[in-house]
Design a protein around this ligand. Structure first.
Ligand SMILES: [Zn+2]
Length: 153
């Protein structure tokens, strides 16, 4: 879950930077920080899902993680996740069919949703996926498209 190294954009001095995601309370946040001896330091951050190219770099480096419900109570956990990912009802129904897998994405995103599900009073755990996602993991990962993530920015 360490940061992704980036080169300083728009400078020729070899400045370095990094990108990462964090969970603050029950919020998902991301940051980009650059520093260059000549240009100084630059910080950018945001809440919710990060720019897609940076998110893809995290997935490439750290792999996919999943959030798995650790209790038989399907509705509490799925309702909590639907509350923040704003899934339409049909998507929530699909998610119900893939229970106990609640989410597939970056490790930080899975930890964020664990905090959300914790707050709702349901137990869950974050588990690393194998390099090749299985059918259920792929189906859950595809529930949220790039376009859906962008609407949550
Ligand atoms: Zn520079």
């Amino acid at each position: 879950m360490s940061g992704i190294p980036l080169s300083y954009q728009g400078c020729d001095h070899g400045g370095k930077g990094s990108f990462g995601q964090n969970v603050v309370g029950a919020r998902l946040v991301w940051y980009i920080s650059y520093s260059c001896k000549s240009c100084g330091a630059k910080e950018e951050d945001g809440e919710s899902f990060p720019p897609e190219n940076l998110r893809n770099a995290v997935l490439k480096k750290d792999g996919y993680y999943k959030l798995i419900a650790d209790c038989a109570d399907r509705l509490t956990s799925i309702k909590a996740i639907r509350g923040v990912l704003r899934y339409p009802m049909e998507t929530a129904t699909t998610l119900l069919a893939h229970f106990p897998v609640l989410y597939v994405g970056t490790e930080t995103e899975a930890k964020w949703l664990k905090a959300v599900v914790d707050e709702a009073g349901a137990a869950s755990e974050v588990v690393g996926c194998d390099a090749d996602l299985n059918e259920t993991e792929l189906a859950v990962e595809r529930l949220m498209s790039e376009a859906d993530r962008q609407t949550l920015w």
